[in-house]
Design a protein around this ligand. Sequence first.
Ligand SMILES: Nc1ncnc2c1ncn2[C@@H]1O[C@H](COP(=O)(O)OP(=O)(O)OP(=O)(O)O)[C@@H](O)[C@H]1O
Length: 254
Amino acid sequence: MKLDNVSFSFQSAHPIIQNVSADIQPGSILSIVGPNGAGKSTLLKLMAHQLKPTSGKIKIDDRSIDQMSNLQRASEIAVVNQQNNLYEDMRVIDVVKMGRLVKHHLLSTIEDKEVLPFLEMTNVSDYAYRGMLQLSGGQRQRVWIAAALAQEPYYLLLDEPTTYLDIRYQSELMAIIRNLHQTQKITIVMILHDINQAFKISDRLLFIKNGRLIASGKPIQFYDEQLLSRVFQTSIHIVKIPGYGPYIIELPSN
Ligand SMILES: Nc1ncnc2c1ncn2[C@@H]1O[C@H](COP(=O)(O)OP(=O)(O)OP(=O)(O)O)[C@@H](O)[C@H]1O
């Protein structure tokens, strides 16, 4: 996926995304990082075609995503947004079948056995016949990812997939994402709340501030206290934890 000079504003208000260009390498894990309100979710929505650039283009294999049909786009890109309260009254298996609709015309023609492998990929097959409302936040999040995987997309876009998850679920979800990336060769683009998680799991990072791309590259390039302090406008320190490596912390100024 290629972003070519992409800008976006809501109505005529000031630009939320300004002239962002980026090349997302197939098969990589890329995380978008930056302070609150920087424009990360907006950028992800532009990649998912949930919003359309005011100027610039987003292309996959030299083809602009706005020229694809909904069905073509859905077989290239799947997205899991932050607030997902659609289909809450459905059973888990039916939610995942909704994702599979890209390969069928009717929900009723999709057999359970066709979607069960996607439930297995995110460890939710035990709940296949439960209602969504009977699941915890973490389990529900994994169902949404299973539904996105059922599209068999090349690009999986995840907006803060670990928000609301406790530490155990967070590391479990990261392990699932790493495993999906290795076994399914999916390109993953995500916004992560936890900067250390983003540094650990990603092949590349995009730093966004005030709607602009201010740096991009491999995580190793950004273990830089000055750069991180400037991006997040706070006092960032990097400590070495034996057996883990560099760990980014924010120190209060007093
Ligand atoms: N529907 C909207 N209409 C107008 N402005 C909006 C709308 N949605 C978001 N914005 C503004 O766009 C800017 C970027 O928001 P966005 O949600 O993309 O940031 P973010 O980096 O994902 O933030 P966070 O880390 O807090 O989730 C913010 O200033 C926000 O107030």
